[in-house]
Design a protein around this ligand. Structure first.
Ligand code: GLC
Length: 751
């Protein structure tokens, strides 16, 4: 009996199995693109062949699925967020559900009621950690949370170089150096895409100011563009392999970045042979010609004057203006990235539980490592737990930590601790709120202070009141904030709303004053000589308050290094004001003719080419307030036994020793300083070295040859000249003590 049952079972199983196999076979026959043995490109070609013309065009433009657009019909399968491109259910093509951004999964205007996400620290905080592991881990956190909230595209990887310290989006990006920015952005993209979520890098390219971002014409010579901004993107794309690149709003040398044959066809898809798809920024498509000039997908189409990539594009194809083959290329680029990253082969994780504690841990680690100790006189820091009285002042430190505004805004933890409306004329005025994440530095300081310690708080509105409270304190901690937001640049480099006066008054009353900056970029410090210590905490994310307190009390030995130069005065900047300063673009309500008038383009010359930041200061012989790469520790380090070898490139090896009393992490940096006697300052590499007191470790850094080269525009390649290359190791771009040279051979590298 048993035998018979078993036999029947086996037969039944065989029937089911063979039916299943037949079904699988027929499925495979119906959908050959689902064969994972094929390459992403082969799969994309097969699928493209199965699309109807309508379905194909449907992949080339998308909406912003948010109810705040009049008459917006939010598709059933959309998740309210930044973007949505319909899929093709008939063929198993998932829709693209797109969310912002690098610092966490955004929830624009709180559209997804009550939905919060892990808020990473700002891009500058990440960059100040000089730690690609943090970038990868942060990218993975945001990718995983995006997937579990139903998204499959993250509009991350913001990395425009900081050519002006007042750029309103510097907080989102990674500073002024191509290698540091590209390396960290690449790691973040890798972290996100390993969660099977497509990531972008953005905004390609030279979107280095918010003033008039839709009309500004960034003018720059090709060599300067290649050796700076484009090299940053090149590093990021090589290291991260992003499925998509988002082109920028601005023009470059007279052509919109999203309608730019040189940028998109010649460089990105030609020289770099990048196979993915170029999506526009939201409302950045000037016309149907963009399809011929390298744009593959129109995003946020409600923000453009027309849905160019539907009827007008079809008409352009019928008229022969654009070849049909280009439409297949556009669709296949979208599909091949979807295959390459895994969107077709990964079951949805929407609705799965999210471990926000794990995300917060990643955020806090980055925040701690991103805090930069700029000044520390008389060992004022770390604060002693035995202090009898600590006074904390200003910066809404009782509520939480500041965050940056715009599309990168994250609502985190238990929700906004405060959201202070700013208003104004920016195109994003409806999103202009100074948001504080619910991680109070005051609360964290109180939790860490000794039992006998009194901790008092003055909100800082009245300097006299704060000064009176501060007078008899053992130590005073003043929080000073500079809120930044997408679509507006900082009017100047001063701390806003009278904070300079507040700091000066408090420091006058008590020289044991510590200033904690929460800024979106560099600021001037007229009170610097009067205060004992300065810490730059940037926008420190969902656990920022605790991270700041950990550093102030010495539970974390600060290891942050500046990813962006702090100027000593405006005279040190290439432009006294950001080009077009004061420009106010059209509002949504302007009639077309008024809007057109306001959309007049203006030039933003970049005569300095790739010599931005520390390269600019070196070229002009300026001494900045705090240099790129600067950051102090509660211990001290020294470098020794530098050996530099040459050949095709340079390799520097050297010892790092902890010469102080505490364990700590140093970030020695290796710079090119001259080529055959001609000064040329470029970061070639770095390392984060953890050392116990007295410990020595040896570090080796090998330079990417493009950093030794000039881009030869005529020959369209990188050219390394034979000669003697001087290399230095130091604690910043100006503290270069160990020097050596090596002979390098001539060479050429593809563009
Ligand atoms: C924006 C930003 C871009 C963002 C997009 C979607 O205006 O420039 O970074 O990803 O719109 O929100």
């Amino acid at each position: 009996m048993l035998r018979k049952t078993l036999m029947n079972g086996a037969i039944a199983f065989a029937i089911v199995a063979s039916a299943g196999a037949a079904q699988a076979q027929s499925a495979a026959a119906d959908r050959p693109w689902m064969n994972t043995k094929l390459s992403a490109d082969e799969r994309a070609k097969l699928l493209d062949q199965a699309l109807t013309e309508e379905e194909r065009y449907g992949l080339l433009h998308g909406i912003m699925p948010l109810a705040f657009f009049p008459g917006a019909k939010i598709p059933e399968d959309a998740v309210p967020g930044a973007g949505y491109v319909p899929g093709v259910p008939r063929l198993g093509v998932p829709p693209l559900r797109e969310t912002d951004a690098s610092l966490g999964v955004s929830n624009p205007g709180g559209m997804r009621k009550g939905d919060t996400a892990t808020a990473l620290p700002s891009g500058l905080a990440l960059a100040a950690s000089w730690n690609a592991d943090n970038a990868y881990a942060g990218g993975a956190v945001v990718g995983e949370e995006a997937a579990k909230k139903g998204f499959n595209v993250l509009l991350g990887g913001g990395l425009n170089l900081a050519s002006d310290p007042r750029n309103g989006r510097n907080f989102e990006y990674l500073g002024e150096d191509p290698l540091l920015s590209g390396t960290l952005a690449g790691a973040a993209v890798r972290g996100t895409q390993e969660q099977k979520i497509v990531s972008t890098v953005k905004h390609f390219a030279l979107n280095d100011q918010e003033t008039g971002r839709n009309v500004v014409d960034a003018q720059i010579d090709e060599q300067g563009l290649r050796q700076g901004e484009l090299l940053a993107f090149q590093f990021a794309i090589e290291k991260g392999k992003p499925g998509s690149v988002m082109c920028a709003y601005n023009k470059i040398n007279g052509h919109h970045a999203c309608d730019n044959d040189f940028l998109l066809n010649k460089v990105l898809k030609g020289d770099w042979a990048w196979p993915g798809w170029v999506m526009s920024d939201w409302g950045a498509v000037p016309g149907v010609s963009a399809a011929a000039n390298g744009l593959d997908q129109q995003s946020g189409e409600q923000l453009d004057r027309q849905v160019w990539f539907d009827k007008p594009l079809k008409a352009a194809v019928s008229s022969g203006q654009i070849p049909q083959a280009r439409i297949h290329d556009m669709a296949q680029r979208v599909l091949r990235s979807m295959f390459a990253v895994g969107l077709f082969d990964t079951p949805s994780r929407q609705g799965q539980p999210i471990d926000y504690a794990a995300g917060a841990k990643v955020s806090k680690t980055t925040a701690e490592q991103g805090v930069v100790l700029l000044k520390n006189d008389r060992g004022l820091l770390p604060m002693a737990r035995t202090a009898k009285k600590i006074v904390v002042v200003g910066g809404y430190a009782d509520l939480g930590v500041l965050s940056g505004g715009g599309s990168a805004q994250v609502i985190t933890g238990t929700g906004n601790a405060a959201s202070i409306p700013v208003g104004g004329e920016s195109p994003l005025a409806m999103l202009a709120n100074q948001v504080y994440h619910p991680s109070s530095p005051l609360k964290a300081i109180k939790a860490k202070a000794g039992k006998e310690t009194t901790v008092r708080f003055a909100d800082g509105r009245y300097p006299s009141e704060a000064a009176a409270l501060a007078k008899d304190a053992d130590v005073v901690v003043v929080f000073a904030n500079q809120w930044m937001m997408e679509s507006i640049d900082a009017g100047d480099l001063s701390l806003p709303q009278g904070q300079d006066g507040l700091i000066a008054a408090v420091a006058e009353a008590n020289p044991n004053t510590v200033v904690v900056l929460q800024t979106g970029g560099p600021v001037l410090m007229p009170w610097l000589g009067k205060v004992g210590a300065v810490v730059e905490a940037w926008y420190s994310g969902v656990r920022g308050g605790e991270a700041i307190a950990d550093v102030l009390f010495g539970d974390v030995n600060p290891s942050g290094r500046l990813p962006i130069t702090f100027p000593a005065s405006y005279d040190q900047l290439p432009n006294r004001q950001i080009p077009g300063f004061g420009y106010v673009g059209p509002s949504f309500t302007d009639p077309p003719e008024v809007a057109a008038e306001k959309m007049k383009s203006f030039a933003a010359p970049h005569p300095y080419g790739s010599d931005i930041g520390y390269r600019w200061y070196a070229r002009k012989g300026f001494k900045p307030l705090f240099p790129f790469g600067h950051g102090l520790s509660y211990t001290s380090f020294k470098y020794g036994d530098l050996k530099v070898s040459g050949g095709d490139t340079v390799t520097a090896s050297f010892d790092v020793t902890n010469t102080g009393p505490k364990a700590g992490v140093d970030v020695p940096q290796v710079y090119l300083t001259a080529r055959s006697g001609a000064p040329e300052l470029r970061l070639l590499g770095w390392s984060r070295v953890e050392l116990a007191p007295g410990e020595t470790k040896r570090v080796t850094v090998t330079a990417d040859r493009r950093l030794l080269a000039d881009f030869d525009v005529k020959a369209r390649q990188w050219r390394v000249d034979a000669g003697t290359y001087d290399v230095a190791v130091g604690a910043s771009s100006t503290a270069l003590d160990a020097k050596a040279s090596a002979k390098v051979k001539a060479g050429a590298i593809k563009p």
